[in-house]
Design a protein around this ligand. Structure first.
Ligand SMILES: N[C@@H](CCC(=O)N[C@@H](CS)C(=O)NCC(=O)O)C(=O)O
Length: 204
């Protein structure tokens, strides 16, 4: 398998999942500005949508969209508990979280990275996100992870997105439960190893 990624981007989520599962994969760093990888190969030939993450399977098939990729990975090792069994209500709960993170958080952060948006628009966007944080803090004040006691792929994704907060001037200090959650997840050995690997990848 190959994971096309960019250090610190949303591809951190499947990268964490790979390491949590102990699955071997080649990591391919993508230059998102130039849309190239391996020093000049056309990334759009791999993913015409032009964004990471992309998972390429050994038979050459390409899977895109973070929520689909992390579920595929978790299903390679069902005993890991990173995703509940397909068809169970709990699996739909996991998908409920993945969709929430994708649409209500991830894609609400995106304008905050965009220099073309005014500070006024960005502030409106921050207020929208603060409402989502109120809800998340209620949940994570009462349990360690999104699904309860078990770390799942949804936590890998939420950790990734909330981790961008400082960078886009979203102050999490109003939500101690979210700060404690980020610390809890960061302490997981696989997560710490992933963050270290992505820090290293930034240098190359
Ligand atoms: N819907 C996609 C969105 C992925 C996405 O937003 N990727 C960003 C990095 S976090 C990216 O590669 N952006 C570059 C671009 O869109 O040109 C998913 O959930 O996987």
């Amino acid at each position: 398998m190959k994971l096309y990624f960019s250090p610190g981007a949303c591809s951190l989520s499947p990268h964490i999942v790979l390491r949590e599962l102990g699955l071997p994969a080649e990591l391919v760093k993508v230059d998102l500005g130039a849309k190239t990888y391996d020093g000049g190969q056309d990334f759009r030939a791999v993913n015409p949508k032009g964004y990471v993450p992309v998972l390429q399977l050994d038979d050459g098939s390409v899977l895109t969209e973070g929520p689909a990729i992390v579920q595929y990975l978790a299903d390679q090792k069902p005993a890991s508990g990173l995703a509940p069994a397909n068809g169970s209500l709990e699996r739909y709960r996991l998908q409920e979280w993945l969709n929430f993170i994708s649409t209500e958080l991830h894609k609400q952060y995106s304008p905050l990275f965009n220099p073309q948006f005014s500070e006024e628009v960005k502030e409106l966007q921050r207020q929208r996100l603060y409402g989502r944080f109120d809800y998340l803090a209620q949940v994570l004040g009462a349990q360690d992870f999104l699904m309860g006691t078990q770390f799942t792929v949804a936590d890998a994704y939420l950790f990734t997105v909330l981790g961008w907060s400082d960078h886009v001037k979203l102050d999490l200090s109003r939500w101690p439960a979210l700060q404690a959650y980020l610390e809890r997840v960061a302490q997981r050995p696989a997560v710490a190893a992933t963050l270290a690997a992505e820090r290293e990848a930034r240098k190359s």
